[in-house]
Design a protein. Sequence first.
Length: 319
Amino acid sequence: MKPDTLTFAPQQIIFNEGEESNGIYLIQEGIVEIFRVREGTEVNLGTLKQNDVLGTLTVLSKEPRTASARATAKCTVLFFQSQGLKESFKEIPLWSQAVIKDAIGRVKHVNELLIEAKLNEKKLLRTVGSSHHHSAQLAYLLASLVRKGAILNDTQVSIFPTKDFITCAELILMKKYNYLEQIFKAFNECGLIKEMDDKKYGKILMKPNPGLMEEFAAFSLNIAKKGSLTFLSQKFYPWMSAVARISKKNNNQENFKRADLALLLQTELGREDGEFIVSELIQHGILSEKDNIVNFSTNKLQKTVVFESLSRILKDITL
């Protein structure tokens, strides 16, 4: 029985699960991966290399292929047709035939158990953890992609196209698309990122800050680890944001006379109780005061507002 010599390119399918079984393949060169698709998930059953035999489980029966095979590198194989193999098998002693058939049956059973175990593992990965865990994962992933893929637009402003990001995240993080999309929208709503439409690139992040994303990820993981953190009252958030805006309007100044800051806050917020606001912010440690000079860190104010606001939303997002 003379075999045929076949070659397969990288990622080329050798045969698909369910196809008619017409022979076996003796691998001469390259690597082949065996897989099945169950519940929309590709389950890897192993890899074969030089001198391994592919397609043995159905070679002696009329069953269709029980799995798919794909070359992961350029492969050269010797293909032996089933008919010739079956004729040769009949010449083997009956006890040897029984042993071979038993071994094939046991391998099939083990493969079924392996598939079940891997599916259960993937299901566990999809459900384990809280939205704080998953938001941290998504933030770390986004930061990594931004570091590698941010570009300059026509006006030399740093941008990151977000096309297919959630789709990629779904495959990498193994979480449902709609769930990750809710988290991503919360990122945008609370100011961790700034997504907008661009005529040339479609959806983009404008001036993405991967360092801020990574800091939020660490913050969110800390919440997941401790169960909860004590947040400031939400009434402080607009006041803190107003102080940050005042700083930027005054060349990033981060210290003001108390009376001056109170007046600036009244103008910024359209209120008449600037002194009360300053007093409240100082009393709760958000601003500090020394010798009638109020000091603060604009960066810290902004991060506190963004991180805490975002975390409050995330706790209500469920798988």
